[in-house]
Design a protein. Sequence first.
Length: 340
Amino acid sequence: MKNNSRTIKIGVIGYGYWGPNLVRNFNQLLDAEVVFICDKDESKLARIKKIYPNAKTTTNYLEILKNKEIEGVCISTPLETHYEMTKEALLNNKNILVEKPFTKNSEKAKELIEIADRNKLVLMVDHTFIYTGAVRKIKDLIDKGELGKLYYFDSERINLGLIRSDTNVIWDLATHDISIIDHLFSQKVVSVSTVGSSHVLDKKEEIAHISLKHENGFMSHIHVSWLSPVKIRKILVGGDKKMVLFDDIEPVEKIKIYDKGIDIKPEQITPFTPLYRGGDILIPHLDQTEALKRVAENFIYCIKFGKKPLTDGEAGLRVIKILEAIQKSLELNGQSVNVL
């Protein structure tokens, strides 16, 4: 029987953009400790030693995988390395938290899920937005039926940079919104159509417009861009009872619930003169816990108790399947592509 009061020792591979946040959040937990950090940049490792003098450092990630005291490994490296590193880590009996996107294709994702299941290991994808107070609130509103019949999901995620040469804006930014869609709605995405353009990098789209059709006719739309002079992070979810605005740039009032809609009553009006219903705007209190802290807590809990994470490998696989269909539609100049 496992000792569930023990401290879970963590290794972090990749100390670039996201790695420092992972290390900080795991070290803030009472039952976790980052004991080993890997990065190719030795100057980063030197800085790490000043901040976390008790943590070992290395430029060779295999040292972390071979370390028997480490139970959990966080992989925060470029997408093209996710499959190889995750597979090696699983084969070395490590529980895994891997940065989004999960893998480059669904077949590799399926293989990793099978290895994790066979060896009874935790496989978790870091879809951080799922753990935010805002998305958790929207999920609660939908599940309780407060929005009524759902009409649409509309998101805009744009800014100037960070332009990446290893992927396009869809795999970088739209992954967030696809994971949110997968989490919020029971209506499965059945097909997608996408148009995009590349101006700075050859065949690496910096702008894209994505439409997703769900199984009951519900629609989602995503606009992503690396080439906007302003930073916008907005999501609208509309229903026949209420509508929700999530503005992630807002420092405090991130969620606004609008009691607005359209009523069509044939005995009173015609479709050409609908009755627009307006009501109060509610700004709910949100849990202010850092989302990545919740990710870290869920990962540690699942290791200790043998549970499935909220964003497990299967959730990661569903997102990858949608991304693959989007990429295919992009290559077919916007033709509709079924999600397999």
